[in-house]
Write a protein that binds this ligand. Structure first.
Ligand SMILES: [Zn+2]
Length: 420
């Protein structure tokens, strides 16, 4: 066991030394890159070829863009069909996809088209002498590094504000929130003085940062103890999040379906009803949110009811695996395509916040029903999904130890990173 530990420690330290070297190289590279920034838009007449890049905007269609480049109707239909069969591309996404057109000269016809659906994938279409288009997908190599950010909750802070102050990018912060929401009640578990940290991926291509990747580890000193979660690759190649002991961190249901929504009324067996005026049980939890806020399904399952009644207004009820059901009330409208019998994923939008039925203002009324009985969504014990078998668990515990050592080192040297 000691050997394993030494091995892992050496491995992490080696990586950190490498990281420092890479950092220095990067500073040098960066200076070079800023001087020779690549032109992404407009014409680039480097060498003999002529290149132009089109950024897809709202309302653009593939055939429309191709037509503007002087391609014939026949060529366009061939390109559209090759893209579909060769790369699975059937449509364009505004403000995300880019298309590059290459010609031999300004006046020549297009002989190469590069569709760029993500920073990590390029689909190259080339036209042979006979005029037939062929398609080839190129995966762009990426360098990934793990970076560390930490922060502390101040008086009057929300976790979101504190996370932004700590320099955690918005997308990562929202992923962290999603993860912690399985274990924490942000309404009651967050206090000034609590510390948190996150280790996440930054992806680079040719020395330039392109985007952020996954959350690798997260830690939060919650009121009822430190919550830690780690992303881990199992022997079958799939990934999951696990707590320190290797228990599945993703639960079958979310306690608070809408991120960052304030609890305005808790679960209770007796409360004075705000509209009816007399005392009756409140079988769910109310979350304040503005009209139109998307309501995600708390867990994977099947819609068993979708309708209207005078109390709940527009509501949806979902049956999940095992013994749980969830109910979402007072919706302004349902999501298109979500009907009785529809199978939904965890996090999939099923409808939108409103104030229909017996309601004093826009909010989500959320109920969890276990074995036919209403339970408190914020405290009910929820089953984990994706638990580890013994072999994976042993591997996880080794990995976690190594990662913890790396995190400990980075917490002392936050300017460094781990090369993955
Ligand atoms: Zn309610």
């Amino acid at each position: 066991m000691k050997k394993v530990k030494e091995y892992l420690n050496t491995k992490v330290l080696t990586k950190l030394v490498v990281a420092l070297a890479v950092l220095l190289t990067l500073v040098a590279l960066f200076l070079m890159i800023t001087k020779t920034a690549p032109v992404l838009n407009g014409n680039d007449k480097g060498g003999d070829t002529c290149k132009s890049v089109v950024l897809v905007t709202s309302g653009d269609t593939l055939s429309g863009i191709l037509s503007k480049q002087g391609l014939s109707h026949n060529q366009i239909s061939e390109i559209v069909s090759v893209l579909k069969s060769g790369a699975g591309i059937t449509g364009l996404r505004a403000d995300r996809d880019k298309i590059e057109f290459v010609r031999d000269s300004d006046e020549s016809p297009v002989n190469k088209i590069v569709v760029i659906p993500s920073p990590w994938r390029q689909v190259e279409l080339t036209c042979d002498k006979a005029g037939a288009w062929k398609c080839n997908t190129v995966e762009i190599e990426r360098d990934t590094r793990a970076v560390y950010k930490s922060g502390v909750i101040l008086d009057g802070d929300s976790f979101y504000l504190a996370g932004q102050r700590a320099g955690i990018p918005a997308g990562i912060l929202s992923d962290v929130y999603d993860l912690l929401a399985f274990e924490m009640d942000f309404e009651r578990d967050v206090r000034a003085g609590q510390k948190f940290s996150v280790l996440y991926e930054e992806n680079f291509s040719s020395g330039a940062k392109v985007d952020n990747g996954h959350v690798l580890a997260v830690s939060f000193d919650a009121l009822r103890g430190n919550v830690k979660m780690y992303r881990f690759k199992k022997n079958d190649g799939s990934y999951g999040y696990y707590d320190e002991k290797g228990n599945g961190a993703i639960k079958s249901l979310k306690r608070t379906p809408i991120n960052n929504a304030k609890v305005t009324s808790s679960f209770s067996t007796r409360r004075k009803h705000p509209v009816l005026g007399f005392t009756r049980a409140h079988k769910g939890v109310d979350f304040r949110a503005s009209t139109g806020t998307p309501i995600p399904a708390a867990g994977a399952g099947r819609v068993v009811k979708r309708g209207y009644n005078s109390g709940h207004g527009n509501f949806i009820r979902i049956r999940h695996n095992g013994s749980f059901e969830t109910l979402y009330a007072h919706m302004s409208k349902f999501m298109k395509g979500v009907n009785v019998g529809t199978t939904v994923r965890q996090g999939q939008t099923i409808g939108f916040v409103g104030s229909t039925g017996l309601s004093t203002g826009p909010h989500l009324h959320y109920e969890v029903i276990k074995d036919g009985k209403h339970v408190n969504p914020l405290t009910v014990k929820l089953p984990a999904i994706n638990n580890l078998d013994d072999a994976n668990k042993a591997k996880f515990l080794e990995y976690r130890k190594a990662l913890d050592d790396g995190i400990e080192y980075l917490s002392q040297h936050p300017q460094l990173f781990i090369v993955l």
